[in-house]
Design a binder for this molecule. Sequence first.
Ligand code: UDP
Length: 324
Amino acid sequence: MKILITGGAGFIGSHLAERLLKRGDEVLVLDDLSTGDLDNVRPLESNPKFQMKVGTVLDPDTLKPLVEWSDMIYHLAAAVGVSYVIEHPLHSLTTNIRGTEIVLELANKNKKRVLLASSSEVAGKKNGKAMFNENDDRVLGPTTVTRWIYSTSKAVDEMLGLAYWREKRLPVITVRFFNVIGPRQSADYGMSVPRFVKQALLGHPITVYGDGAQRRCFTDIEDALDGLIALGDHPHTPGEIYNLGANPDTNEICIKDLAHKIKDLTESDSPVELVPYEKAFAKGSYEDLNYRVPDLTKIRKTVGYEPKISLDMTLRRIIEYYES
Ligand code: UDP
């Protein structure tokens, strides 16, 4: 197939491009390089089935011929990372909402299949310790807390996708990523794992926010790609939303333990430091979630998805990448 990946020079997009090329697809990447990096796709440049265009999804004139060329679009271009969103709230809202609107409008004109990248952020901060199901109520803090911009913008994206499916029969598949990690993920946008690995390797303090009791379930990029591509290919996934994450038995951890694990694996002398939220973020901009683990029942049932890579394995791979 001819596949357009918006945001294809980013962490997930560049890995996706590599996988799709490996199975013989033609891949065209559009990326504005705001958080993406040409270095991520450099090794793909020699492949005659790969093309890279620097530009933004906010410009319909740039996007139109690329959509027309494609058989399918993986729409990954978005503002990502809690720190990035807190620092660029307006740009994040615009890119995530207007960008998706433009992609879907052009895809609809040509009736091209779209896979829309969404996030577990959409579910918000559920209380208690239940796994996150796609149909759970969303629980968000007030609009004054900048963090919720990401959740809100991605929720609008999901609703746009569903509306295009219901009203126009545009095949849109929505995937909610749960803390995907791996080589090439930048430490610059706030994500815990690349930050901790970089801090540990440089001998800097490993900065755990709050008391570090908050829990996450981290997903290796290779598992995420298995699920993503299976959902993208499947005939019955349009009009549906899918969680995509890891198995809590092997990949759930509290952030303080994560910091210590990374310290041990890197044999670092870095101290693990508890940083109060007020010190890490501007007042009123951030609110944490104490627990986030995916319910994978739906994706398992639909495409037989089974994540295979344990947290220890994925951390070792990431450390190796950063060391090199
Ligand atoms: N976190 C942290 N120190 C950091 C970066 C993040 O303690 O330097 C915490 C963050 O507050 C959250 C967890 O690690 O509780 C996971 O953060 P991440 O940004 O990786 O993903 P999120 O689940 O917040 O989207």
